[in-house]
Design a protein around this ligand. Sequence first.
Ligand code: UDX
Length: 453
Amino acid sequence: MELNVIGTGYLGAAHAAGMASLGHDVTGVDTDRGRVGTLNAGRAFFHEPGLDELLREGTATGVLRFSTDPAAPAGHGNVHFLAVGTPQERGSYRADTGSLDAVVDALVPHLSGAHLLVGKSTVPVGTAQRLQHRVDRILRETGSSARVTVCWCPEFLREGHAVEDTLHPDRIVLGLPELPEDAAAEVEAVIREIYARPLAGDATHRPAPLLVTDLATAELVKVSANAFLAMKVSYINAVGEVCEAAGADVAVLARAIGMDGRIGPEFLRAGLGYGGGCLPKDIRAFMARAGELGADEVLTMLREVDTVNLRRREKMMALVRDSFGGAVSGHRVTVLGAAFKPDSDDVRDSPALQVAGALNLAGAQVTVYDPVAVDNARRLFPTLRYASSLEAALVGAEAVVVATEWKEFRDADPAVARELVSRPVIFDGRNCLPSGSWTDAGWVYRGMGRCVS
Ligand code: UDX
């Protein structure tokens, strides 16, 4: 099928490349010339394992191309995925859906015939219906005879696993507007054709289930899934606070409760908490929308999830400060990790970078090392010192904070590291190091939510 993907950020670039790899002919559209140039050269402009290969393959075989022309999709098939960003609005908790409006305004006047706008972006409930009204108004005002339907098919991909999640989604949710039965069946048939391969499954992947629902439910599925994941992380971090007070070990506790099939082991890693471009802003946007809808009770719970999460960053600051007798000023602290999670160079709302910045503001001499996120980190925090290798970062450190659980840090040799630092004190902000090996090598080890030393 001929498909268009409008917006080629973390989500759109992976989606466009994934759709091409699933056998479709894809045009990706973005207003950013630099991004489009890089993608057309067969490369991602961010770190995402496996994505360069898909982009190279798609652009080389001619089934994938990127354009800055907002009208390009009008002459290329009639399915248009909307994958633009919906960041937190300045000065509020709401999601800013202005980019979706801009896409509709730029595209709809160029359409004739029947078209499907398939929303992928994470949006406040009610957005799809609002966009449909906007589309209808444009069609009316321009006297167009085009028929344009907005449906919503939220994206659940994780950064660092974007290729696998796009090619083999664990579920596909399709939100439909109120339509006559045959028109609804037509839209569903289009989506089934697009996702024919994942819906069929293969030797190593079970067929993905397709859940067809209304627009509001589809929009809420995505937001509430992310809020639930955030809640799970904050729950285990809150329990971690009790563990610290009681002298218990949250890592062992999480393993034990995760063995209960009803709880499950995922998203129970206590530590510095969640960050990134999705969970923090999605939970806030959910709060804002729930408030607007008068569903105030849920607000209290979501606010606490956010508060517990932010408290972890302060806790790490306090741990480092205490280790220096109350003030970090003048001390050399190395922060390992800048990305919000491993296998990503995304530093948006990164707990790692926030801790590094806060230590710096408190007067510490901070050195940051990250295997891939240093360039992005430098743009956000130009005043920090960045090292080009793990070894260089450790030289002379009086305290080391592991803030992102990169494999390179998990596998580091504590004996070698011991020789490089001037004071062997390590704070494991992700509870990812083998604590015994580090203490055996002479380090003072401090995890989060666990009294292991
Ligand atoms: C998330 C959702 O998982 C994905 O489905 C959605 O489409 C986008 O948002 P992502 O932002 O890529 O994906 O990151 P995710 O893997 O969910 O991790 C989010 C944050 O939670 C990271 O900062 C991670 O370090 C943290 N986390 C995760 C924990 O602190 N503990 C855990 O146990 C799991």
